[in-house]
Write a new protein. Structure first.
Lengths: 263, 378, 311
């Protein structure tokens, strides 16, 4: 049970005994955790740890070979995300969920303007007033610290950091309750990283979003996440409050991880 | 006073007249007969048959005559005719191994059971224009060249041809080449001329589309796979040309009867081997079957076939030839010709709407900018 | 949903009545070699009618059908022809127009085709026709419940310029994910202040499917809304049929603060004086341009009314 759980609050996401095998290889084994509204959970591990598989399963791009994930939806109530009808799952993906991909190009429409990118989810919800859409787009450009003069520019011409900010705006515009962040700062300059992380921290806390943050960077975990789970060879080897896990690691692998990084 | 344009009817009738004239024997030198086309332009006849999906040399020759030699137009004529034919059944699976072969080559063997039979081919000719053909007419037909050769060209001769097992059978036995096994449950292929194609499609459907596809398009795509747009290290395992028996099993009889023979070209390309932890490496195959004598096309199809089997071998899809929806949706010459050429039809209403829009936008641009950039000086 | 089925059934008599006509005239005069009534064999016509019924039951949804090779080229209206061939019966009266006119070469060609293969009466009068096959226009004279309008469609997929893969767009329609279209419309307004479609302007049918109305000018879009006649759309090369049953909502896509609008005519028809109909621009010489009704039958009717002084 998480120390973060607020009084009378129910878990937003319950991951239970998740496992995944393909081609004789067990990529994931017995992964379980809970996530509460407004909580940020870091999933930390190196490549091959299974964190990418976990992410694919959480975003329902992949169906696990064992275990299940329950999500408490505002629209559909408590559901098993892999048993839900495809139409509904796609609807949730446009509204209650967000997915900020590692490579911003994959999460944006590069051929349409920043404003269009931000407005898309709102239009999918039926917002049909151009003026309102534009106002929302402007407002969000501001929130993610993108210059409003560039609202009509194509993201193709944005820097890596700007694309990431746009991706964040595009996802958060519908106030999702659960957001997956996949290595949000990878490939960005160090100074850009710091500012982006700061932005994320503010937005997450202000909007009370639950976040699963997948990262190999312990510094990012420490800055953003209240809790951390450490993955190694497809299993969770350690979990707890981020500061505790990073300052006083119990498992040998975590100790190795922490000691080999200048944090 | 302005009088609205009329006379579409008259224009069309006049166009029929002109067409008839251009096809007619104006110089009085003798009209081209359908039989002559069938016999002396045999390869064109084969192409038209394959793309029309109709195995009938005489009809294909007729279509070629009527279309003044335009192959795509001839295919169209034959296909339109095919639409009117009643469908009374499906043939039993053809046994190409039992074909009466008149040409058979394999590049992977120096020699093989049944031998390499060169048959009638341009492959080893020198491409020098033969001006003696200018003077050739009925009485001077090449009696000196072997009658055997002349007979080769004529199809349906009963005493011609030999049969031979698949050149690859020994290699298959050794497990060096993937066996040609049916899909799970051996499902009935869906006939693309009756059921509309919806992507993604299975291999049977891809084969049908390519069998009827435009040779030029398929040739280009196949060529691209040899130049690096995907690459499958192909070898020509066996190409055979000959007559295959067609059998049906009518419900009234409940046993099989042979109803005749058709000419077919079959090609099997051997491609790079694959293997994984469980399966030992073996060569893979690209396959093609066309009506008539269409070697270039069959070879092209078999290259593309292999390139599109990416999912079976978990290969990466990187090239246009591998993208089935792109490569196959544009392979049909009749569809492509129709849509490209339909631009000749009147579009003045849609154009008028565009004019209205652009005038409006230019007016707005002028209002906000005071002038229109790009206009030449008045 | 009941709503739609009722309308489908109500529309069905149109379809079946015409079919009876076809069965009766099987022994009708036809040219040698013997072709079926309306060229297609009965099995094919049945297949087409089934596709039509399915389309009528799901307004605006593209229904795949086994399109046949026809004696006219793809792109020349084979889809429309197959739909008409599936419906037409010996007591029908057929009108064929292209660009609004009965006399354009393609309209003449198609009308000839049906005349030869059915012997059915043909007409240039919109009011007299029971089936109207059209390319790129909706007739100006309002249609009735006793008529069927068959549109020739080159490209049935409204999203094709945004996503060429039909395997993808099929899913998007199925999930009602029209984000691709909505961002395109947003971009148009952001860039031009207008939606950049002057013809084949996308519509939403029955508050559900986004549909391509065929390359009719946007001027004609409002006519589709709550039309009393059955509207059928045939795409031969792409092998799709779709339909708008009588009295169905058809809304051109737009924003509430940038609504769909048709600019009023700035000219009048040179021949009949109409300012209400869609006009063709005719360039006479370097100095003079004049405008005439694209719908030749409508223009004729207007001129005759003026002549006799009838309002």
């Amino acid at each position: 049970m998480s120390n973060f759980a607020r009084q009378d609050e129910q878990a937003l996401l319950i991951v239970n005994g998740l496992g995944h095998t393909y081609g004789g290889l067990q990529a994931l084994k017995a992964v379980s955790f809970e996530l509460f509204p407004g909580e940020v959970l870091a999933v930390v591990g190196e490549s091959g740890s299974g964190k990418s598989t976990l992410l694919k399963i959480l975003s329902s791009a992949l169906t696990p070979t064992s275990g299940e994930i329950h999500y408490r939806s505002e629209r559909f109530g408590k559901i098993n995300i892999h048993q839900l009808a495809e139409t509904r799952r796609r609807e949730l993906a446009r509204t209650e969920w967000g997915f900020v991909t590692q490579n911003a190009d994959d999460g944006l429409r590069l051929g349409v303007s920043a404003g269009a990118n931000i407005s898309e989810r709102l239009m999918a919800l039926g917002v049909n007033h151009f003026g309102h859409l534009r106002d929302q787009a402007n407002s969000w450009m501001e929130k993610v610290e993108l210059p409003s003069a560039r609202i009509d520019d194509l993201p193709r011409n944005f820097s890596g950091g700007m694309k990431q900010r746009l991706q964040i705006a595009r996802n958060l515009v519908t106030h999702p309750r659960l957001v997956l962040l996949d290595e949000p700062t990878s490939g960005l300059d160090v100074s850009v990283q710091a500012r982006l992380l700061d932005l994320l921290r503010q937005l997450v806390s202000r909007l009370d979003i639950a976040v699963v943050l997948v990262t190999h960077d312990l510094g990012v975990a420490r800055l953003l996440a209240q809790r951390t789970i450490v993955m190694h060879r497809g299993q969770v080897v350690e979990s707890g409050l981020t500061d505790q896990v990073l300052d006083d690691p119990q498992h040998a692998y975590t100790q190795l991880l922490v000691s080999s990084v200048l944090v | 006073m302005y009088i609205a344009v009329k006379g579409g009817h008259a224009a069309i009738s006049a166009s029929y007249e002109l067409l008839a004239q251009s096809r007619s024997d104006e110089a009085g030198i003798g009209a081209l007969s359908v039989v002559q086309i069938e016999q002396q332009l045999g390869l064109l006849v084969s192409r038209v048959m394959a793309e029309a999906g109709v195995s009938d040399r005489k009809l294909a020759a007729l279509a070629i005559k009527q279309s003044c030699g335009d192959a795509v137009e001839a295919v169209f004529l034959l296909r339109a005719y095919r639409t009117t034919l009643p469908r009374f059944g499906t043939a039993s699976v053809l046994d190409t191994g039992a074909m009466r072969i008149r040409r058979r080559v394999s590049s992977i063997f120096k020699d093989l059971p049944g031998g390499q039979v060169l048959g009638s081919t341009f492959d080893y000719t020198q491409r020098l224009l033969d001006f003696s053909l200018l003077d050739e007419c009925d009485s001077e037909s090449n009696k000196n060249s072997s009658d055997q050769l002349a007979q080769d060209v004529k199809s349906g001769s009963d005493d011609e041809g030999f049969s031979s097992p698949d050149a690859l059978s020994k290699l298959i036995e050794e497990g060096l080449i993937e066996a040609a096994t049916a899909d799970i449950g051996d499902p009935e292929p869906s006939d693309i001329t009756e059921v509309p194609v919806q992507y993604p499609v299975d291999r049977c459907t891809r084969q049908q589309i390519m069998a009827r596809g435009d040779e030029g398009w398929l040739l280009g795509l196949a060529y691209s796979t040899q130049r690096g747009y995907s690459f499958t290290h192909p070898f020509a395992g066996e190409i055979r040309l000959g007559m295959a028996t067609v059998s049906i099993c009518p419900s009234e009889l409940n046993f099989e009867i042979d109803i005749g023979e058709i000419e077919l070209t079959e090609c099997q390309m051997i491609n790079q081997f694959v293997g994984n932890a469980e399966l030992a490496p073996s060569f893979t195959r690209g396959y093609a079957l066309t009506l008539g004598h269409n070697e270039r096309k069959a070879m092209a199809i078999s290259l593309i076939d292999r390139a599109q089997r990416v999912d079976e071998f978990t290969e990466e899809r990187t090239a246009p030839a591998q993208d089935a929806e792109f490569a196959l949706a544009h392979a049909d010459s009749v569809e492509a010709s129709g849509f490209v050429q339909h631009l000749k039809l009147p579009h003045y209403v849609t154009f008028e709407s565009e004019l209205e829009l652009i005038r409006q936008l230019r007016a707005e641009h002028l209002n906000s900018n005071g002038s229109i950039k790009g206009d030449t000086d008045v | 949903m009941c709503d739609v089925t009722d309308r489908a059934i109500a529309a069905a008599p149109n379809v079946f009545r015409l079919h009876e006509g076809a069965a009766l005239s099987a022994e009708h005069r036809s040219p040698t070699p013997a072709y079926s009534f309306a060229y297609l064999d009965e099995g094919t016509k049945r297949m087409i009618r089934r596709a039509i019924l399915k389309a009528v039951a799901i307004p605006g949804c593209q229904v795949p059908f086994g399109s046949r090779e026809m004696p006219l080229a793809y792109g020349w209206g084979t889809g429309g022809i197959q739909v008409t061939a599936g419906l037409i019966g010996s007591d029908d009266c057929l009108k064929v127009i292209d660009q609004g006119s009965d006399d354009t070469t393609n309209a003449v060609n198609i009308r000839e085709f049906f005349s030869r293969t059915t012997g059915v009466q043909t007409t240039e009068s919109t009011r007299k026709a029971s089936i109207i096959q059209t390319r790129h226009r909706i007739p100006e004279i309002p249609l009735t419940e006793h008529q069927v309008l068959v549109y020739q469609v080159p490209q049935p997929e409204p999203l094709y310029k945004l996503e060429p893969r039909r395997s993808e767009t099929q899913k998007l329609h199925g999930y009602r994910e029209y984000g691709l279209m909505s961002v395109k419309l947003y971009e148009d307004i952001a860039r031009w202040g207008h939606i950049d479609e002057s013809y084949d302007y996308p519509v939403c049918v029955n508050d559900h499917y986004v549909m391509a109305p065929s390359p009719i000018p946007k001027f004609d879009n409002p006519k589709m809304h709550q039309m009393p006649a059955l509207q059928l759309f045939g795409a031969g090369r792409e092998k799709r049929i779709y339909a708008i049953p009588p009295y169905t909502n058809v809304e051109s896509l737009a924003f509430s603060d940038h609504p769909f609008s048709v600019s009023p005519n700035e000219h009048a028809c040179e021949l009949c004086g109409s300012t209400e109909s869609f006009l063709d621009e005719v360039i006479l010489d370097k100095q003079r341009t004049l405008w005439t009704c694209s719908d030749t039958d409508y223009c004729k009717e207007q001129r005759e009314a003026k002549h006799t002084g009838v309002e």
